[in-house]
Every structure is written in C-alpha cells, then in structure tokens.
Design a protein. Structure first.
Length: 274
C-alpha cells in the first residue's frame, strides 16, 4: 500500500488571511498581559482586535485535549480548536487523575492501534466526548501507561492522510498536527454528508500554512528544510507575498521563522517514537 495523498488544504471553506493579516504587531493579552499575536495560549482568548471577527462553531460531541505537562503552550495547534469552538473544547494538563470524572462508557479516545475503530465506520450518536492526547509519541504512550481512564476508553482513529505540517518530523508524513487530527475526527464522523461545517477548525492552521508557502514563493532563492517532505513548498501554486522583500539572487539561505510570533503548533502523534 502506497503513502496516502495530501488533502487539499486550499479547498477548506475559510478565508483567514482577510482577517488575520490586519494583526500587524504583537499586543498584550487583556487577561494575563502576555505578549501575543492572534490569541493567548494561556487564557484561550483572541486578542481584542479579533473579538467578534473569528468563526465560532459548535461541535456534535465535546472534545477534551489532554496536554502533556512538558509540552510548550506556544507549540500546540490544539489551541486553535478552543478559539473557534470555545463552548465544546476543553484543554486539560495531564495528571494521573485528570480524567477521573469522565464517563468512559460515552467517551472515546482518538488513538491509533489495532483495537481502534475508524470513526467513519462508527455510529457516533452514543459518543458524548472524545479525548485527544497532545504531545509527542513517547509522551502519549507514557500518559496511556499512567492513566487507567485512558486505558478503559474505546479507541477510535481516522483514515491516514499526509500532513501539511511545516515543522520537520523525525517520523513519516502520516503523523498529523494535532489540529489536523481533530479536524478529520469531526469531518470523518459525518462521512459523505460533510459540507464544510467544521472547516473553521483549520482556520489558523490554513493561515500559517499559506503564510509559509507565500513567503518561500516570494523568495525562491531560499531553501526550505531539506529534511522535510519532498516538494513541500508549492512554488508553482503558492501566491507570492508582495510584502516580502527579496534578497540578492545569488544568496541561498534557510528561512528561520519566529515560530512563537506566528503562533504555530505541535504535532499529533509525536516526533520521538521509541
């Protein structure tokens, strides 16, 4: 069996650039005072200039994102889901007892494995909540070992896709960013009846992806990380960013983005398999 194709991120029915490009500078969070660009990773609130301008959706079942305590807040793409679906998403820092109050009979765990059932082939009406682990593969396995509630939950999975993630991963390209996995969890649960109703989950992710693509298209003399998936930068289709100044044509340089400034995220599945 060959590697699955990349999904069409450009087909997502969201247009974040029109709104997010208006955020030119970092500002202080109105709740905790931390310097942020689009939203606060600690308070899970958008900056004042984006209030009322971001998509807000409801989800058919609740989502608990259980984050490993050693994961940096500013690397988590799972926060994107909390920003656009605040009423249905909770982010929990992992402890051995953090899920003690959860009903395992009506809760599923998004986790790959031979005993995991594809959500596209399930009747999800009996599922009230899905838990997603946010951390590296090694961290996720450790959390599974240390939490009896996670072990008792029914495992579900999604169909394989090639990630669009911009960070280099020391694993194959089927390891999705956390928000990609969350998005396809909800999309696959609908099946053939899907009509774009959860595309907003990918609002920030699409923006960051297209931002990186356009900056490299504007500066073709720069090389993307050679360890990333082949042909990651779509030079023929990415729209060049007119605000980027080109460097000298005989210069070859590797772009070093300020990832914290862009508010980028962590991967689903992890970068450190044992």
């Amino acid at each position: 069996m060959g590697s699955p194709d990349s999904y069409d991120i450009h087909a997502l029915e969201v247009s974040p650039q029109l709104v997010l490009d208006t955020c030119k500078e970092r500002v202080s969070c109105g709740f905790c005072g931390k310097s942020v660009k689009f939203f606060c990773y600690y308070c899970y609130k958008p900056v004042a200039g984006l209030e009322g301008r971001l998509p807000q959706i409801r989800l058919p079942f609740k989502l608990d994102v259980v984050k490993h305590p050693n994961e940096l807040d500013g690397k988590s793409t799972a926060v994107h889901a909390k920003i656009v679906a605040p009423q249905d998403v909770d982010i929990i820092t992992f402890t051995d007892t953090c899920l003690d109050g959860v009903d395992v009979q009506t809760t599923a765990l998004l986790f790959p494995g031979p005993d995991a059932q594809d959500v596209a082939e399930m009747d999800m009406t009996s599922i009230e909540r899905v838990v997603v682990i946010d951390g590296t593969w090694s961290q996720a396995k450790a959390m599974m070992r240390n939490c009896s509630q996670l072990q008792r939950m029914q495992k579900v999975t999604i169909k394989p896709r090639r990630t669009r993630f911009w960070r280099f991963q020391n694993v194959d390209d089927q390891y999705l960013a956390t928000i990609e996995a969350i998005y396809f969890l909800y999309r696959d649960s609908v099946g053939s009846n899907y009509n774009g109703e959860y595309d907003a989950l990918m609002y920030f992710y699409k923006y960051f992806y297209e931002h990186i693509q356009s900056e490299y298209a504007s500066q073709p003399e720069r090389c993307f990380n050679h360890r990333h998936q082949k042909n990651y930068i779509e030079y023929d289709s990415a729209a060049p960013n007119p605000n980027v100044r080109l460097t000298k044509p005989d210069t070859v340089a590797k772009v070093n983005y300020d990832f914290d400034d862009l508010e980028l995220g962590n991967m689903f599945g992890g970068a450190d398999p044992e």
